[in-house]
Design a protein around this ligand. Structure first.
Ligand SMILES: *[C@@H]1O[C@H](CO)[C@@H](O)[C@H](O)[C@H]1NC(C)=O
Ligand SMILES: *[C@@H]1O[C@H](CO)[C@@H](O)[C@H](O)[C@H]1NC(C)=O
Ligand SMILES: *[C@@H]1O[C@H](CO)[C@@H](O)[C@H](O)[C@H]1NC(C)=O
Ligand SMILES: *[C@@H]1O[C@H](CO)[C@@H](O)[C@H](O)[C@H]1NC(C)=O
Ligand SMILES: *[C@@H]1O[C@H](CO)[C@@H](O)[C@H](O)[C@H]1NC(C)=O
Ligand SMILES: *[C@@H]1O[C@H](CO)[C@@H](O)[C@H](O)[C@H]1NC(C)=O
Ligand SMILES: *[C@@H]1O[C@H](CO)[C@@H](O)[C@H](O)[C@H]1NC(C)=O
Length: 433
């Protein structure tokens, strides 16, 4: 299959803490690629080993990753709703600094809250050494509450925290308990760009393996998949062998889109922590044999690796499944719980395909990623509907992300290397693989 690239661009003014100074003649710093291998956690989450604190006080955890928050989260000592996992003990750290603020984060399926600290964290890379990210803003979770199926952390998941891969650009003030307002400087990229004033950008590529299990109430990965290769983050330098640079189309991100995930309240996905991975796509095409349905209206979609399926507005999901012979709506089968999403059972030999249109290109998923065989032998569609009939936004989980090479560049605009205020340009590249 021909590989094509679509680059989403986003230009956002950053209120920087200080001017970024750079001599005109200073060489641009070009970091070496670091590969961060991902494994599947017990509940099918994409996980990586993360350490907190340093030296003899280092504490080891498995964290999952989230696209729509730019903070790091860890279950803290005293979190009574974070059972069966390694908990972070701040009193054993000499590098932790309290920030005198509390944060409440509404993930789609989970509400978490706790005090905010600064801590030295590190992520284990493929050659066994750690990539250190100091002065990271971390929420030490004291309480988490599931809104749909299951908690993000603890229980049988084995996951102790979350590495936020967002920028906090659209983050809203925390609704309660200290009202922490996350900023770009609280993200991994903001800190890295501050530490590396001669770097022009922070970029990474993400190649996820397809989800090992459909998320559901208590679903666990098959034992042969647990801990195996779930993909890789090509950190600081994307891997250019993963895509063809000569087939790039540019597409701006519509970050003013309404009905989005930027709020701290409202129905899913509006209650996601922030909505910075929001893309405006040019429509979609569905095909089942000779039966074709297309939507040429613009589609606003969030990309999020915390969830596995594709979540559509009710009317659109209903229209598609009406074209699949033998499909049947199951209000209690939604992968996020019946209050958030609904799913359809479909015949296991269904052959439909679905593609998102971006400019002149179509990113197509076929039945291999859209028809999910459950352990009882029945099959479920990977396209689900929001339980809320008023939700008009799409959310694309790891079934979609694993079909592309996701490449992002958070670029300091060149003038901003010398002048304040700083601007950030962020590209999100979708590469069919
Ligand atoms: C990002 O920085 C790298 C150097 O590490 C440079 O080669 C690349 O051109 C930059 N990309 C953009 C879009 O500025
Ligand atoms: C992280 O997960 C791996 C693979 O499942 C496991 O071997 C390891 O013990 C876990 N680490 C921690 C700190 O829980
Ligand atoms: C692993 O890779 C990093 C970055 O390329 C390098 O600095 C480090 O020395 C390597 N560590 C080992 C143990 O090879
Ligand atoms: C954070 O929450 C704790 C526990 O509810 C409370 O004691 C503390 O005063 C709060 N801190 C701030 C800055 O609001
Ligand atoms: C730590 O981060 C904050 C912003 O969150 C910044 O103001 C401060 O200068 C940073 N400190 C160091 C030592 O980098
Ligand atoms: C999920 O499963 C558990 C254990 O079987 C059950 O107690 C709980 O009610 C279920 N949750 C939902 C939302 O169905
Ligand atoms: C959907 O929106 C309509 C009109 O604003 C409102 O009356 C209705 O209660 C909403 N439905 C839900 C389930 O929120």
């Amino acid at each position: 299959m021909a590989r094509a690239v679509a680059v989403m661009t986003l230009v956002v003014p950053i209120v920087a803490g200080g001017a970024i100074s750079n001599r005109d003649d200073a060489p641009v710093f070009s970091p070496q690629r670091v590969n961060i291998p991902l494994g599947f956690g017990a509940a099918g989450q994409y996980v990586m080993p993360v350490n907190m604190a340093t030296g003899d006080n280092t504490q080891n955890f498995n964290f999952t990753l989230a696209m729509n928050s730019g903070l790091t989260y860890v279950a803290g000592q005293g979190c009574s709703t974070c059972s069966n996992i390694a908990l972070y003990d701040q009193s054993r750290s000499t590098t932790a600094q309290a920030l005198n603020a509390n944060a409440t984060t509404n993930f789609l399926t989970d509400t978490s809250s706790g005090p905010v600290i600064k801590e030295t964290c590190s992520i284990q890379t493929s050659n066994g050494s750690n990539w250190v990210y100091p002065n990271q803003t971390v929420v030490v979770i004291q309480n988490q509450q599931a809104n749909g199926f299951g908690q993000l952390l603890g229980g049988f998941t084995g996951v102790s925290g979350i590495v936020g891969l967002g920028t906090n650009l659209n983050s809203q003030p925390s609704s309660s308990g200290g009202g922490f307002q996350a900023a770009f400087a609280d993200s991994i990229y903001g800190q890295w760009l501050n530490r590396n004033p001669t770097a022009s950008n922070f970029s990474f590529g993400m190649a996820l393996s397809p989800p090992a299990v459909r998320r559901n109430n208590g679903s666990t990965v098959p034992s042969d998949a647990a801990g195996t290769n779930a993909g890789v983050l090509n950190w600081m330098q994307p891997d250019s062998s993963m895509y063809k640079g000569d087939q790039i189309t540019f597409k701006p991100v519509d970050n003013s889109a309404n009905g989005g995930a930027a709020g701290n309240s409202g129905s899913p996905p509006s209650n996601a922590p922030s909505s910075e991975w929001s893309l405006s796509l040019d429509g979609w095409v569905f095909a089942d044999g000779d039966n074709r349905i297309s939507n040429t209206r613009s589609v606003v979609a969030d990309v999020e690796a915390l969830y596995t399926e594709l979540y559509f507005p009710q009317d659109q999901a209903t229209l598609l499944h009406a074209a699949i012979k033998g499909s049947s709506l199951q209000p209690n089968l939604g992968s996020l719980g019946p209050t958030i999403s609904r799913a359809w059972t479909i015949p296991c030999d269904a052959q439909f395909s679905f593609g998102f249109v971006v400019g002149s290109q179509t990113f197509t998923l076929d039945h291999n990623s859209l028809v999910i065989r459950e352990s009882d032998g029945t099959c479920v569609s990977a396209i689900e509907a929001w339980a809320d009939p008023n939700q008009t936004k799409y959310l694309l989980g790891s079934s979609f992300i694993s079909s592309i090479y996701l490449l992002t560049v958070m670029e300091r605009k060149s003038s901003a290397l010398r002048h304040s205020p700083t601007h950030l340009r962020s590209h999100l590249t979708l590469v069919p693989s």
